[in-house]
Design a protein around this ligand. Structure first.
Ligand code: FAD
Length: 291
């Protein structure tokens, strides 16, 4: 199923992200977690693509497994920045052969060596180039990433939104946001992108903080703003893993309920391969999801 058909319904929905294993030895654990999440019947599931493409085989296998054996629509992620045209074309062909209909077109993070390097001989510099290639090669429903707090490499939000518009115009049918912990940041961002003429559905990415270390990782990776309320939870419960998990899930649920109440219908939970976290969040809003 193409995700554009799902978004056209414009009803409250919840979807989950899974990430593939880094090594063969953990494939079984990831498969079990993935299957448990699929059994919750989310609107769809996304399967990430390991930095540099190291886990590309697993991305495809997991996406195909969820869709074909569990009937849950999937979206396979694909990155381009560390790849050649030949590799990307091969991946696209594999996606087509596997019957994957939805692809998240991403640039991928730069390694420390790549930041500031001469990019003139790179095959891909930005996700927009991958979007164009996917669009030209098949009838994929294509998603793109967006950043309510601005991409860390961008000079300012105006410029980031201009490039986002270029990416959407190239063929993105929807956007999924980077994690954020203050809904006001998303509401301001949505206002600005709509003003800029970006009209595609925006899926809100929510990361439940289930251990205190995750907060520092979130700041480091994406520069996310951490509201004092969340910092207070981590200070108070950070040393008690069970209490921290409960508090983090409660924080995410509160964020999600507020988003639904304000008309943000598509929530994507970065569930970190933890089916119990996905289940608790989903069951806490089950009546809202029936609307
Ligand atoms: P782009 O859209 O290319 O943007 C990157 C930067 O370049 C921005 O600052 C943008 O403003 C700027 N830019 C864009 N176009 C131009 C242009 N034409 N000229 C000049 N500047 C330009 N990473 C993975 O490795 N695997 C994954 O599976 C994965 N999934 C993700 C899912 C989501 C929802 C999100 C939000 C991120 C994900 N990432 C993943 C991380 C992502 O690869 C990084 O955030 C990366 O740094 C940027 O990717 P992008 O596709 O947004 O890049």
């Amino acid at each position: 199923m193409k995700l554009s058909d799902h978004f056209a319904k414009n009803q409250p929905s919840m979807s989950f992200e899974v990430f593939p294993p880094k090594t063969d030895s953990s494939i079984e654990t990831v498969t079990h977690a993935t299957e448990a999440m699929a059994l919750l019947h989310p609107a769809f599931m996304s399967v990430t693509y390991g930095a540099g493409g190291g886990t590309s085989k697993y991305t495809l296998d997991i996406a195909r497994h969820i869709e074909q054996d569990y009937g849950v629509p999937t979206i396979a992620h694909l990155t381009c920045v560390s790849s050649t045209h030949e590799t990307v074309r091969q991946r696209i062909q594999e996606l087509k052969d596997a019957g994957i209909e939805n692809v998240m077109a991403l640039r991928g993070d730069l390694t420390p060596e790549q930041i500031g390097a001469d990019r003139s001989d790179w095959h891909y510099r930005h996700a927009v180039e991958l979007v164009r290639e996917l669009k030209a090669s098949s009838d994929f429903c294509i998603g793109g990433a967006c950043y309510p707090e601005c991409h860390p490499e961008s000079r300012n939000q105006e410029e980031d939104i201009l490039f986002l518009k270029e990416k959407v115009d190239a063929g993105c049918s929807f956007l999924t946001t980077q994690m954020f912990f203050d809904n006001q940041l998303l509401y301001n961002f949505l206002y600005k992108i709509r003003e800029a003429g970006i009209t595609v559905p925006v899926v809100a990415g929510i990361m439940p903080i289930t251990n205190a270390k995750q907060i520092y990782r979130a700041i480091k990776l994406s520069g996310s703003f951490i509201p004092q309320r969340l910092k207070t939870l981590a200070d108070k419960f950070g040393n008690d893993p069970f209490a921290m998990k409960q508090a983090g899930i409660a924080y995410a649920i509160e964020q999600i309920v507020d988003l639904y109440a304000n008309g943000v219908n598509n929530i994507h939970v970065y569930s970190m391969n933890k089916p119990e976290v996905a289940q608790q969040i989903q069951s806490s809003v089950s009546e809202i999801l029936k609307k």
